[in-house]
Ligand binder design. Structure first.
Ligand code: ATP
Ligand code: MG
Length: 151
């Protein structure tokens, strides 16, 4: 199905708005109104929900979450950036594995199971796409999901 990316992001932001407000994290939807993405609506919603949930949960007081989208070489690239704690380089190769969590004690406090990113990866791959991450400890992270513009 052809989906409006900005609308999808705003639905996900609405689902997480209270959690974000509680820790004073600002949610910014910078997706262009015209960006269309070809995907299963429930699955793309779940993918974004997991990325934005992480971007809020591993953020800092007064931080931001920005979602952008662009089109490049036949792919729609959805980008979720945060100003949070970042991910130490040595952990990055493992974060998409099921149940993998960087800081066990901290993660336990925050709740969750460590499945979120494995679901994100599975959904991206099942759409013929991929997911990438760039992160700097103490500064924040950017997750990029590539989805083919059409099938
Ligand atoms: P769940 O998603 O099941 O609630 P989780 O958030 O711990 O639990 P994942 O979403 O799979 O699990 O993320 C795996 C680990 O990667 C997290 O425990 C966290 O350590 C790290 N991580 C994920 N996203 C971010 C982020 N945006 N900033 C910093 N660390 C992150
Ligand atoms: Mg998660």
């Amino acid at each position: 199905k052809m989906l409006n990316a900005k609308e999808l992001v705003s639905v996900v932001f609405d689902m997480l708005r209270e959690i974000a407000q509680n820790i004073n994290v600002e949610l910014i939807n910078e997706v262009d109104e015209n960006t269309k993405v070809y995907a299963d609506e429930d699955k793309l919603n779940l993918l974004l929900l997991n990325l934005v949930d992480n971007a809020i949960k591993y953020n800092k007081e007064g931080g931001k979450v920005v979602v952008k989208a662009r089109t490049e070489k036949g792919y729609v690239i959805l980008e979720v950036s945060d100003t949070g704690i970042g991910i130490p380089k040595e952990h990055i190769p493992f974060i998409f594995e099921r149940f993998y969590r960087v800081d066990r004690s901290r993660s336990r406090e925050l709740g969750g199971t460590g499945l979120g990113l494995s679901i994100v990866k599975h959904i991206a791959l099942s759409h013929g796409g991929k997911v990438e991450v760039e992160s700097k400890e103490g500064e924040g992270s950017t997750f990029r999901v590539y989805l083919p513009q059409s099938i």
